[in-house]
Design a protein around this ligand. Structure first.
Ligand code: SAH
Length: 340
């Protein structure tokens, strides 16, 4: 049985119409789910008994479970257990501009980026839409506060789970759903070209981030196997198309890995690579993990790299670090519980 949190308002309207009922019931149902936040169909007191029976026989309203929580000053990592006993993590970050949640999109990941801890476990399955929606909804409930920003940068490659991702955006963005502004939502991809092209035609103004991490194909091939399928030229062509269609600025994520991609020459190459793009670069200090040999670039070298980009008039920021002590930092999401 499909979970009720998988559905957009439009789809629920179709459901009611197909069952010989009126479409406004979909809005009533949506409000029970996302405004009043009841946990059973029986509590939906403005729906008739027959309608509640119909819902019960058509959908489940089960939730995922929060089974662990680790907190640091301005960050909190939640471990969720799914219906099949799998686990994924989400991270809450408290910024001065609001609260953001980093959500996972798959159990495991097949992209195989060499530096990434989360991806050491191969993909087991895609998350269903409701499993992404509930990461946010349940954290909001636990906090008793609204989440203002969402980044799809947890475990998984979101564009490898495209349909569910799009549904997720439609539900969390809807004014009667979680009402998170599209401009406050960001999805990050390692560069799946066909999906970047498809996403260019998606009507919501969700931000796109691309994990670049290298200034040329030679280096990128070494650290990101996906580059052999979609090399930089193809990624950049797709991004130009994206920009043509959406007029939206792209974010490039660039992890600095000691001795791999962090030389001054690399900074110059990177400047040349992106100079014609409307973009900004987010430099990410690498989070070392015990299982992987890459090392973090030291702060002096990070600043040199940054300065070269600046001198070349590239918009660049250095990412603020969250959650290093609780293994909640970028690329570290990997449930200790599973002990893999
Ligand atoms: N698969 C998507 C979403 C994951 S986002 C993507 O590749 O974009 C997670 C971000 O953290 C990516 O930019 C990823 O490359 C980066 N990352 C992975 N391991 C990291 C680490 N150890 N330290 C810092 N960033 C890391």
């Amino acid at each position: 049985m499909q979970n009720i949190y998988n559905y957009t308002l439009d789809e629920l309207e179709e459901f009611f119409l197909a069952n010989g009922s009126k479409k406004f019931h979909a809005l009533q149902l949506f409000l029970w789910l996302y405004d009043k936040r009841v946990k059973t169909f029986d509590e939906m007191s403005n729906l008739s008994h027959d309608m509640i029976q119909l819902l019960k026989s058509s959908f489940s309203i089960d939730r995922i479970q929060i089974v662990d929580k680790q907190e640091e000053e301005d960050v909190c990592k939640y471990l969720f257990e799914l219906y099949d006993g799998e686990h994924v993590e989400a991270v809450l970050m408290k910024h001065d501009y609001g609260k953001s949640v980093c959500v996972s999109s798959q159990v495991g990941c097949n992209m195989g980026c060499r530096f990434c801890e989360s991806g050491r476990r191969k993909k087991v399955r895609n998350l269903e839409t409701y499993e992404m929606v509930l990461q946010i909804l349940m954290i909001e409930e636990l906090l008793g506060e609204r989440i203002s920003h969402v980044v799809v940068m947890g475990i998984g490659e979101p564009f490898d789970n495209y349909q569910n991702l799009i549904h997720f955006f439609q539900i969390i963005n809807h004014p009667k759903g979680l009402a998170i502004g599209a401009r406050h939502i960001t999805v990050s991809t390692c560069g799946l070209v066909p999906k970047i092209l498809e996403f260019s035609d998606f009507p919501l103004q969700v931000n796109l981030a691309v994990s670049l991490h290298a200034p040329n194909n030679e280096i990128r091939n070494q650290i990101m196997p996906i580059n052999k399928v979609y090399p930089l030229e193809e990624v950049f062509d797709a991004l130009k198309y994206y920009f043509q269609k959406t007029n939206r600025r792209i974010t490039f994520e660039y992890i600095l890995l000691k001795g791999i991609n962090d030389s001054e020459e690399n900074a110059i190459q990177l400047s040349n690579l992106v100079k014609d793009m409307n973009c900004y670069i987010n430099l990410i200090p690498y989070n070392e993990t015990n299982n992987i040999d890459f090392k973090r670039t030291n702060t002096i070298q990070i600043m040199k790299f940054y300065d070269i980009l600046k001198k070349n008039h590239i918009n660049v920021t250095i990412r603020r670090e969250f959650g290093g002590n609780i293994n909640a930092a970028c690329g570290q999401l990997r449930s200790i519980k599973e002990d893999l």
